[in-house]
Design a protein around this ligand. Structure first.
Ligand code: PLP
Length: 465
């Protein structure tokens, strides 16, 4: 492809993208594809000879698009959002076109310095104190893994990286049962082992880790000769939005000298609104915090903001410095690849810059506040209908409910009916071991009317209860 054709196709795809987004409400939210259908439509072998872009694009429309679930659909109420705003897409187009590999300051000074400044803009936006330093990770899972490796190495005085874990004391990490399973995976990958992830019971309407039980568990482990190394708290757990009492949890962890990580992957974005910051009161005491602008801030996947009170232990844990990666003669620069697990890095800060400037914090706050308000109003409307019961009250824009008196099969059948209908998309979770319906509002183009449509679909498909 020559650059003239590139420009022509770029314009055509931008045009296609605008129509796609403008027409999203006409499409079913979730793909209706059967397993194997897309693979069966693709040739088993790669082509030996070149094919025309026209043919490739036609197949994209005919084979790929019917097999896509539309995450940018305004009536996407499943999982958490993965918002991609137009300025974010344009920034990604630019970053992809310049296509730099930004692993070191010198491999793209603008990318590194933009990242430093954008992470400081974000730090201020969510009210973290000066002194916290940020890095963009590809995902919250990676940030959590980096934090778990740091807590491991800090506890072992960096002997784990050097000698392996076989001759080390048995490490222990503490969290509630409400944290995302990426925490479990970080514990497996780090070699700490699932058996050493201690689940602390939760209490209260926010399903928070019980700080007294946390303290007792740490003391019991110490008495048994085990080696506590860290605590992982959550603000806005995935299932129901559980929030630990960050101040009380961190106070216990600090009293025992443990490293602390707070996973606020979804809820962290809402902290740009000062009125929601009470959900993570005490956050300034955390060693490590992650939230995903790629969820609720309009900065498309992938963009996980990882803040560190002191980056030094993380860098000491993760940095690799072979000769070929050394930046001679550039003192005082940061090489962000030393702060993360992959070496290669995309220019992710550009889309943050575009989005923050295009909407301004006020524009972003308005969206989040609307989502919270509309979600809470929907919960109230469902509560007023005797066929439903609210199972967990809204935390920000997430709540759970179920059909009153229906067994699991009936709940699942109800969810399937809703998703097969296509006008909205929702998912399920478990509350006290029972299947419930999970509902969150977060897509950036969602309107109050879209949430009203959700009410219509849910009530129309619920039957007589
Ligand atoms: N933490 C929480 C609370 C989440 O809800 C999720 C995903 O939804 C994750 C972590 C994992 O996020 P990522 O896909 O960025 O790894």
């Amino acid at each position: 492809m020559n650059w003239t054709d590139f420009a022509r196709w770029g314009a055509r795809i931008a045009d296609w993208g605008a129509h796609y987004h403008q027409g999203l409400r006409e499409r079913p939210v979730r793909a209706g594809t059967r397993p194997g259908e897309v693979a069966a439509a693709l040739p088993a072998c790669p082509p030996e000879t070149p094919e025309a872009m026209e043919a490739i694009f036609a197949d994209f429309e005919q084979i790929v698009m019917p097999g896509m679930t539309h995450w940018q659909h305004p009536r996407f109420f499943a999982y958490f959002p993965a918002n991609a705003t137009p300025p974010s897409m344009l920034a990604e187009f630019l970053a992809n076109t310049v296509a730099a590999q930004c692993m070191l300051w010198q491999t793209s000074p603008a990318a590194t310095e933009m990242e430093t400044v954008m992470m400081d803009w974000l730090r201020q936006s969510v009210g973290l104190p000066e002194g916290f330093k940020g890095v963009i990770q590809d995902s919250a899972s990676s940030a959590t893994l980096a934090a778990v490796l740091t807590m491991r190495e800090r506890a072992l005085d960096w002997a784990g990286n050097e000698q392996g874990l076989s001759s080390q004391p048995r490490l222990r990490v503490y969290c509630s049962g409400e944290v995302h399973t990426s925490i479990d995976r970080a514990i497996w990958i780090s070699g700490i082992g699932a058996a050493n992830l201690v689940r602390i019971p939760t209490q209260g309407p926010r399903r928070s880790m019980d700080p007294a039980a946390l303290d007792a568990a740490i003391r019991a482990d110490l008495a048994a000769g085990l080696h506590p190394c860290g605590v992982i708290a959550c603000t806005g757990g995935t299932g129901t939005g559980a929030c630990d009492d960050i101040a009380a949890t961190l106070a216990v962890a600090k009293a025992h000298g443990l490293y602390t990580h707070v996973d606020a992957a979804w809820a962290g974005a809402a902290m740009i609104c000062p009125e929601f910051r009470e959900l993570w009161t005490g956050i300034e005491g955390a060693d490590s915090i992650v939230f995903n602008p790629h969820k609720w801030l309009g900065v498309q996947f992938d963009c996980a903001a990882h803040f560190l009170r002191d980056p030094e232990p993380l860098v000491r844990t993760l940095a690799i410095r072979p000769e070929y990666l050394k930046t001679h003669g550039a003192d005082g620069i940061v090489n962000y690849s030393e702060w993360s697990i992959p070496l290669g890095r995309r220019f992710r800060a550009l889309k943050l810059w575009f989005v923050l400037r295009h909407y301004g914090l006020e524009g972003l706050r308005t969206r989040i506040r609307n989502h919270v308000r509309w979600s809470q109003a929907l919960a109230d409307r469902l509560r007023a209908d005797p066929r439903f019961e609210i199972m967990t009250e809204p935390v920000l824009s997430l709540f759970t409910f179920r059909l009153k008196g229906a067994d699991e099969a009936a709940q699942q059948a109800f969810i399937n009916r809703i998703n097969d209908d296509g006008r909205i998309y929702i998912t399920q979770t478990r509350v006290q071991d029972g299947l419930v319906i999970r509902f969150q509002v977060g897509q950036f183009d969602a309107t109050e009317a879209d949430v009203a449509t959700a009410f219509e679909v849910i009530t129309a498909l619920a039957g007589n209860g």
